[in-house]
Every structure is written in structure tokens, then in C-alpha cells.
Write a protein that binds this ligand. Structure first.
Ligand code: ZN
Length: 359
């Protein structure tokens, strides 16, 4: 889809490219919903399988859908959970669907395309992602061929089960070989979907390979469809891939970094744990009008971190989400500036951060 297009959803339209903060079970970690609403965050991504396990469909249905349950004013995207296949110890996949096992409760849920459609209809998300089969990086060619066929079959069922007021997105698989990606793109585009995700990327492959697959796959999708790159949302990727035509991004990037003490700024990431901030009475970012920068200096924040005060997570997450909002506006309206800012993010050390479970 072209840059600066709009995605019309039942709860209003969203300007693209957009960044979706992660709200696995409906809520953004560490930030209450009234604050998310106040920040005018337009859309969140939740995981339909996690919601099935907890709080469960009965509660979601009784509150009239996910917005009634959480109190969020914006739009929800829901993931089908296919990506979880990558954590092989937790799932089993066959031609019928995926069996997910919840780590905490040990509860197993079998999700078929039909079940996934029903769950997401009950959740009443504004955009529902189809169930897909996502093999791990390094899997044999044969496995990717199976995934393309299987994802197509699942997509056929999912796309036929339409739901009023809900957009439904297909997912293009095909691994890292062009012919297979092309095949998957052709198959998925032949079905009735409202948009497409390019799946099976950023799963451990080198960046050059991600870039190559995206460069070749995006042009295969007709321009009227929004394109979603799931699980990707750092400033560099957003700038680079939105230029290729990707319109929707999501990631735990701002929230997870906040929990690890990294604040995102126009000058790049700031590690608030660093001792040099102990005598810095300025805010995280000068000129930032977020609640955190209005009331807290870096020295105060560092002190909260040191004392393991739970408000630290809230405060830094609020700033980071505010940063992402400003950054996305820049991506839409001032690409030169966005590109310059993104470059300052190339040096962040994520090794310790990446170990933590996503979501
Ligand atoms: Zn701020």
C-alpha cells in the first residue's frame, strides 16, 4: 500500500504507516488503559490464543468483546498465534491446525482455522489475522513447501468465514526462496482478504535475507492492500520497510526496552540504569511533553530503577510509547528526519533484552 494511505476500520481510520503496541492479553504491560486512551493510541495487537486461555472467551463475550473487556477506545488487531509454532516445545502442528499448550496452566487448546475464526469473531477485534503455519528459520525446503500449502488451505477456510465489521488478513509464508514466496503470495491473493501480512521473517535469519525477501515479496501484493510485518517495530526497520511499502508494524520494542531501563529519544536510546544519569536533573528528552518528562528527571528515574520501584516501568513505558507516536508521525510526514533519528538506534545493545519472552 502507498505511504500515507489510510486503513478504515470499524472504530475509525488509521493513518499508515502505523505502529501497534503489544497488548498480548488486551492490556499494555505496566500502563493502565485510561492512560493508553489519553495518549490517543489508535490500535493495539493482542493474541487471540492467549485471550482464550486467560481471561477466556466467556468473560470476553459477557463484556461484549475485547473493547468492552479492556475499555480501550481504539482498534484491536488480533493474532491467531501461528507465530508461536517457533516455540516448538509448546505446540504441535498438523494439517488440521495447531495445538497450543499454556506454559502456566498446562492447558492445551486446539486451534483450527475455523476455531481461530470463531475465537476472533467473539473477541470482536477490528482486524483478525488468519491462522498460519510458520516453520522455523533453517527448516528444510520440504517443510516450507508444506507450510505454503497448509497456510493456503487454512486461509481458504478462514477467508470464507467472514465477520461483519471485522477485516481479515491473509499471511504470506514461503521461507527464504523467491519461488516459494511468490507461490504463497499468488495463492493468498487469490483468496478474499482485506490485507496481507508477510510472515516467517525476523525469526533468526540475517538482516540481508529479511531485506531481500521483503524487497521481492512486497511488489507481489497489489497496491490497494495494506501490508503488515508482524513482530517488527524498531525505528530502523520501520523506516526501511515502510519505504518498501509495509504499512503496519508491531513490536514489544518500546515496552520491553522500557522495562529494561532503555528510554527511546530522538538522539537514540538512553540507558537510564547508567550511573552518569545520577546527577542529570533534566528529563529523559528535552521538548517531550509526555507525563514522565513533565514530572521526572533522569536522576529521579534512575533512583526508582535502583530501588525496583514498580512505577519505573510505567514511567518509561509511557515515554517510549509517546516517542513511538511522535516517531511514526515523522515517518508519515517528515521522512528525512525520521531516517536521521533511526540511524541513531543502530548501536543499541539488545542482547540482554532479546532473551526475555516477547509479549
Ligand atoms: Zn517523555
Amino acid at each position: 500500500m502507498q505511504l500515507n494511505a489510510e486503513l478504515n476500520l470499524s472504530r475509525g481510520s488509521i493513518e499508515l504507516p502505523v505502529f501497534l503496541p503489544v497488548a498480548t492479553r488486551g492490556f499494555v504491560k505496566a500502563v493502565p488503559m485510561q492512560k493508553i486512551n489519553k495518549m490517543e493510541i489508535k490500535a493495539l495487537i493482542s493474541n487471540s490464543v492467549h485471550l482464550t486461555i486467560s481471561p477466556g472467551m466467556e468473560i470476553i463475550e459477557r463484556t461484549g468483546g475485547i473493547n468492552g473487556y479492556t475499555g480501550f477506545n481504539g482498534s484491536y488487531f488480533t493474532d491467531s498465534g501461528g507465530f508461536q509454532i517457533l516455540r516448538e516445545e509448546l505446540v504441535k502442528v498438523d494439517n488440521e491446525g495447531i495445538i497450543f499448550k499454556d506454559r502456566k496452566s498446562g492447558k492445551a487448546v486446539k486451534v483450527t482455522p475455523k476455531v481461530s475464526s470463531e475465537i476472533q469473531a467473539k473477541i470482536k477485534s477490528d482486524v483478525a489475522m488468519m491462522l498460519d503455519d510458520c516453520p522455523p528459520y533453517g527448516a528444510e525446503e520440504k517443510r516450507f513447501t508444506i507450510s505454503v500449502r497448509r497456510t493456503y488451505e487454512w486461509g481458504k477456510t478462514f477467508s470464507m468465514l467472514k465477520q461483519t465489521g471485522q477485516k481479515r488478513f491473509g499471511i504470506i509464508q514461503g521461507g527464504f526462496e523467491y519461488e516459494l514466496r511468490k507461490k504463497s503470495a499468488e495463492l493468498m491473493i487469490s483468496l478474499e482478504f482485506d490485507g496481507f501480512a508477510i510472515g516467517g521473517l525476523k525469526i533468526g535469519e540475517p538482516k540481508e535475507l529479511t531485506d531481500l525477501v521483503l524487497t521481492k515479496t512486497v511488489p507481489l501484493i497489489p497496491r490497494e492492500y495494506p501490508i503488515y510485518l508482524m513482530g517488527v517495530g524498531d525505528p530502523i526497520s520501520i523506516v526501511e520497510y515502510s519505504e518498501l511499502g509495509v504499512g503496519i508494524f508491531d513490536s514489544t520494542y518500546p515496552t520491553r526496552n522500557a522495562r529494561h531501563g532503555f528510554a527511546l529519544t530522538n538522539d537514540g536510546p538512553v540507558n537510564l540504569k547508567n550511573a552518569k544519569h545520577s546527577s542529570d536533573f533534566g528529563p529523559i528528552e528535552r521538548g517531550c511533553s509526555c507525563e514522565t518528562c513533565t514530572y521526572y528527571s533522569r536522576t529521579k528515574l534512575r533512583e526508582l530503577y535502583k530501588n525496583e520501584d514498580p512505577s519505573f516501568q510505567y514511567l518509561v513505558t509511557v515515554h517510549n510509547l509517546d516517542f513511538m507516536q511522535r516517531f511514526m508521525e515523522m515517518v508519515r510526514n517528515n521522512r528525512e528526519e525520521a531516517r536521521a533519528i533511526a540511524k541513531r538506534f543502530s548501536k543499541i545493545n539488545y542482547s540482554e533484552v532479546d532473551k526475555e519472552e516477547a509479549g
